[in-house]
Design a protein around this ligand. Structure first.
Ligand code: 5RP
Length: 225
């Protein structure tokens, strides 16, 4: 069974005629975007707003018309993947390096839906190194301050060259031995000069589409907020 395909395609049920749809980044939401492309070919009228250049390219390939923020007031639904999901429906995201645009789009969406294969479900966030996007200027100092918060930052590299996000920034992948209070850590990291944002998505996801141990689709919903 292809879990990513199962949950990715399930999410299109939340997309209705006329909606503005935030299009996430990664190998799970790939299936959502591809299926939406097929529905558009069959007559569904939607507009997409992509969270990365990679997704922009995919959306154009499958025929989803795109909009930018200067053409819209809000996003109806945003659909994206995650690297970890805990029981409170809080997330670590950014494995693909798109966390900043992903967070901007998730925040602007009336409903933020996460598609996550069963391996993404965790009791506690933090086994997956937390991606932190930083501006290149002074990144050595930024790294020092992240260490003071208990993280072990590793500069993300591609063939020995620092990885650059779509915004021209660097990513530190930060191991934290224990993320007990993810909301506090999200705020503390973002107070460091040089940190643009980090991959903790707290109280943002309204719906998680995932699978249980028996490989059945499970829909988890946030009750408040
Ligand atoms: C990209 C992300 C992705 O949504 C996350 O890494 C999950 O990816 P995948 O669906 O490929 O497992 O946050 O920045």
């Amino acid at each position: 069974m292809n879990e990513k395909k199962e949950v990715g395609e399930k999410a299109v049920e939340y997309v209705k005629e006329g909606m503005v749809v935030g299009l996430g980044t990664g190998s799970t939401v790939f299936y959502t975007i591809t299926k939406l492309g097929k529905l558009v070919q069959q007559g569904l009228s939607i507009k997409g707003i992509p969270t990365s250049k990679q997704t922009e390219k995919l959306a154009i390939e499958v025929g989803i018309p795109l909009v930018s923020f200067n053409e819209i007031n809000q996003i109806d639904v945003a659909i994206d993947g995650a690297d970890e999901v805990n029981r409170d429906l809080d997330l670590i995201k950014g494995g693909g390096g798109a966390l900043l645009r992903e967070k901007i789009i998730a925040k602007a969406a009336k409903t933020f839906i996460v598609v996550a294969d069963s391996h993404k479900n965790v009791d506690k966030l933090g086994s997956f190194p937390l991606p932190v996007e930083v501006v290149p200027f002074g990144f050595e100092m930024t790294s020092k301050y992240i260490r003071e918060l208990g993280g072990s930052p590793q500069l993300r590299q591609n063939n020995g060259i620092p990885f650059r996000t779509d915004n021209g920034n660097y990513i530190f992948d930060c191991s934290f031995s224990n993320i007990t209070f993810p909301g506090d850590l999200e705020r503390e990291l973002n107070l460091i000069p040089g940190v643009v944002d980090n991959g903790l998505f707290i109280a943002m996801a309204k719906i998680i589409i995932t699978l249980n141990k028996d490989k059945e689709i499970v829909i988890k919903k946030r009750s408040v907020g």
